[in-house]
Design a protein. Structure first.
Lengths: 377, 198
């Protein structure tokens, strides 16, 4: 990740008080934009990325040379139509794509900050990104959107800044990380921390990283992003380039080979400590508790139009948890739409080519944008 | 535009908050938004129809009235509309109760099983009636609890629900139902439209 100096970023001078009590200032926030801000400055959409995402939502990621993580949804003529909207996406703090994170070099030691980085929360991530809107001189966003951890940031954003966005699209997310969510994250963290290269988080990026641990963490997590049916249909018990079992521990099955591959490519683009910090932030996310056990209170002052989407085969952030958000919004008469999209692609559906999902968002955004302009709403 | 929707929209005062239960493609919602400038929400069970509504920017949530009305607070809408779906619920009684809890006023429309053609089918042919408004066979009908306009009146009387306005729809003919013409309207109406209050 030596090309990180190529990322677009701003230095946030303003002091940010973190939930853990520490304060940070003069820290970098890397971001990317797509499309153009119009004269009225009313077409901006802020997109929040998920656990392993980054600011490169669309096109080709210049660092990894691979497609942006939301290339299906963001781009000219797509759901978030960059011919029409100005799409902004920032790397979260704690991340490893140019924003302030555990991989940032500490000028005093000339080494990565590592686990001396403060524990951050979803709230801290959102508050950090708010500064980007000031920098881009955007007073009001047309929309905020994101899936998974991105959806959590959407919820936090609207609760922190009730009238900063006209539309909010939290997708496949939850208002409160469940025990199962925390359990899977803990499994990933333990895999990393038990890698002898982790060295209490003070590994030097240039030499030996806890790649094995990080790869296992990714493999375990990847399973949670897919559905049982999806896995069965894609892989079944198919063997990997062999006609019979080898009676050993190589990857006999295609699913094993697939997971190993997912693990190995992940370590090339992601920092193990970032994985620890970001999963921790997700685990700490409990908007319901933040508002004294009543999620409705998180949204009580908002005029934002919500559109919540879940997926039938997502068992990581199931429909019931998405529906809890709908219920909380209905309880205060907020403007809310909700649909569960039928797909066997699991939690990952929001990142994939799911035509129903992509077209519904596109139509919703386009119609709502023109309705707001005609002042019908 | 369906005659039924015209009648419904006449019941609704401007600038009120409306919930359309079983909103379908959102045609009534759009009509109300255009003509009444109301804040209108929808609840719909079919994913396909919900997607259509959301594509039009309508605030519709996927769900079914028997389970998902619970989430709406007491008297949180000025009007709650239930168009031609009461007969399809497992428990119409509970649904009506919930509608009256959520809405200050409730608009219910029912296909009238007391219509003369329906009566004639059973009387002359000895077969379960199949009509334009009730096109199903007994073995595939989603309509579990058919009732007549008279039945609905009796129900409201028993439950102490006040029928505020009562309209008969026969083809494109719109007329008032009163206590004195009830027997006759129960014979000639294809649809009954009622404005209720607890």
């Amino acid at each position: 990740m030596s090309n990180l100096n190529k990322t677009k970023n701003i230095i946030i001078e303003k002091t940010l008080k973190l939930d853990c009590g520490k304060e940070i200032s003069s820290f970098p926030l890397a971001y990317e934009t797509y499309g153009n801000l119009n004269e009225k400055k009313d077409n901006a959409i802020l997109i929040f990325h998920a656990l392993t995402g980054d600011q490169y939502a669309s096109g080709i990621n210049p660092i990894t040379k691979k497609e942006g993580w939301w290339n299906y949804a963001v781009g000219p003529g797509k759901s978030f139509d960059t011919d029409k909207f100005f799409v902004i996406c920032a790397n979260v703090i704690g991340g490893c794509m140019g924003s302030y994170g555990p991989g940032t070099i500490d000028p005093l030691t000339n080494k990565p900050i590592g686990t001396n980085f403060p524990v951050i929360t979803i709230n801290d991530m959102v508050n950090a990104q708010y500064n980007l809107l000031d920098y881009l001189k955007i007073e009001k966003l047309f929309a905020v959107a994101g899936g998974s951890m991105g959806g959590m940031q959407v919820l936090q954003f609207v609760s922190n800044f009730p009238n900063k966005a006209k539309v909010a699209l939290p997708i496949a997310c939850t208002a409160s990380h469940s025990a199962q969510n925390i359990a899977f994250n803990e499994l990933g963290r333990q895999a990393i921390m038990s890698d002898s290269n982790w060295k209490e988080g003070l590994y030097d990026e240039k030499s030996t990283n806890p790649d094995k641990g990080l790869a296992v963490a990714r493999m375990a997590a990847h399973i949670t992003y897919l559905s049982k049916q999806g896995l069965q249909e894609k892989f079944g018990r198919n063997l990997q380039e062999r006609s019979d079992l080898k009676f050993g521990f190589d990857a006999d099955f295609q699913i094993e080979s697939y997971l190993r591959y997912q693990g190995s490519v992940f370590v090339d683009r992601f920092d193990a400590n970032s994985y620890l910090y970001i999963t921790r932030a997700m685990d700490y996310f409990d908007l319901t508790k933040q508002y004294g056990g009543n999620l409705s209170k998180a949204f009580k002052d908002t005029k934002t139009k919500f559109f919540i989407i879940s997926f039938t085969s997502d068992w990581l952030y199931p429909t019931s948890e998405n529906k809890d958000i709908v219920i909380a919004l209905n309880a205060i008469g907020a403007d809310v739409g909700f649909v569960e999209i039928k797909t066997d692609k699991g939690h990952d559906s929001f990142l994939l080519d799911v035509p129903d999902f992509l077209s519904t968002i596109k139509n919703y955004l386009n119609t709502t944008y023109s309705n707001i302009n005609e002042r019908r709403i | 535009m369906k005659e039924e929707f015209k009648v419904i929209s006449k019941f609704i005062e401007k600038k009120s908050r409306v919930l359309d239960v079983g909103c379908g493609d959102g045609i009534l919602m759009e009509y109300l938004l255009k003509n009444k400038v109301v804040d209108v929400r929808g609840l719909e069970i079919s994913k396909e129809k919900v997607k259509k509504c959301l594509s039009k920017g309508l605030a519709v949530i996927e769900g079914d009235a028997e389970n998902d009305l619970k989430q709406f607070p007491d008297l949180s809408f000025d009007y709650v509309i239930l168009s031609q779906t009461l007969q399809a619920f497992m428990s119409p009684e509970n649904v009506i109760e919930n509608l009256l809890r959520v809405g200050k006023k409730v608009i219910v429309t029912i296909p009238n099983f007391g219509h003369w053609k329906v009566r004639l089918d059973l009387l002359l042919k000895g077969e379960m009636p199949v009509t334009k408004n009730l096109p199903y066979q007994w073995y595939n009908t989603p309509n579990l609890h058919m009732c007549t306009i008279q039945d609905f009146y009796n129900f409201c009387n028993n439950k102490r629900v006040n029928i505020y306005k009562s309209i008969s729809l026969n083809g494109e003919k719109i007329s008032n139902i009163t206590n004195s013409n009830l027997k006759y309207k129960n014979l000639i109406s294809e649809l009954g439209i009622f404005l209720l209050e607890k």
